[in-house]
Design a protein around this ligand. Sequence first.
Ligand code: SAM
Ligand code: SF4
Length: 339
Amino acid sequence: MPSALNGLTDGFGRRITYLRISVTDRCDLRCRYCMSEHMSFMPRSAILSLEEIATIADAFIARGVRKIRLTGGEPLVRRGIGQLATVIGRHLETGALDELTLTTNATRLAEEAVMLRSAGMRRVNVSLDSRDPERFRHITRTGDLAKVDAGIAAAKAAGLRVKINMVALAGLNDDEIVPMLRWCGEEGHDLTLIETMPLGQIEEDRTDRYLPLDRVRADLSDRFTLTQLSETSGGPARYWRVEELGVKLGLITPLTHNFCETCNRVRLTAEGKLYMCLGQNDRVDLRAALRDNPPEARQAALDAALDAAMIAKPLRHEFELAMKESSPAVPRHMSVTGG
Ligand code: SAM
Ligand code: SF4
């Protein structure tokens, strides 16, 4: 039986302690920077069952993963998500897992918030790119801001902390960054701004919408006192405190800065492919490890696949090159690999 002693370290000496699980590639919204209007989704038979996802999560936890994020597509449109969260959440009680969390568009959060809290979640990330109902609908193509607000209110009532994720889009929501910061201050949310990344074909040219966050930070520091914080999540985010508003501001800048040297994460797609980098194609097939082996050989097959993944994890993404060519770095949308 493997243990945390048999931890996951890649070929560059990076410890892998964070797993993101995309539980579905489907979504009830069609955000313009994320998806094309007419997406084709994976057939249901290709998608991991909830039991298969739980088995894979167990294998990662046994190998030293301490944090798991459920994402998608929209994780709350997957039937049985509460059951899955509860099963993974039992590792929080034993201390084998430090954190179980979720990234959501919040359209179904009002219905699910209590369940997520009972599964052991303490905080959730809500993606919200505009506070203007019409603009919100334009960006998401179909979204209803009132539902998102109801979801956020329910999450707070259930005792979940909410962090807002906002993709900064030139000419689309850049004028809302300061109002969003102020709103987060009033509501007690932290805010993370994200640069648009070249993932999957969409109708628009992403370079038209690319807004370097260094420029945003410079503009913000003319208006507010920004104190840089030393904390890191091992990911591409850097954090500041906006003193006047009491908001922790995260900036995710994969294009203007590359923080791959501290990368601690891997991503499981809904069909069981494990991608070692959001911006590269290297992967191992964990579904095959489960489905192509008899029950007694599955654990060993999964472990061997995780070892292969560690050897294959690339040093870094190459988003900058892809943006210059205005073509996606990888053909997969963020909704497939899991944001
Ligand atoms: N549906 C959920 C949501 O929207 O929060 C979870 C999945 S979504 C793919 C996760 C995050 O990825 C969201 O914050 C979204 O804004 C972000 N995202 C999607 N496509 C992106 C892109 N091309 N560049 C940067 N961020 C992107
Ligand atoms: Fe759906 Fe999230 Fe992508 Fe928007 S960003 S289309 S909510 S998966």
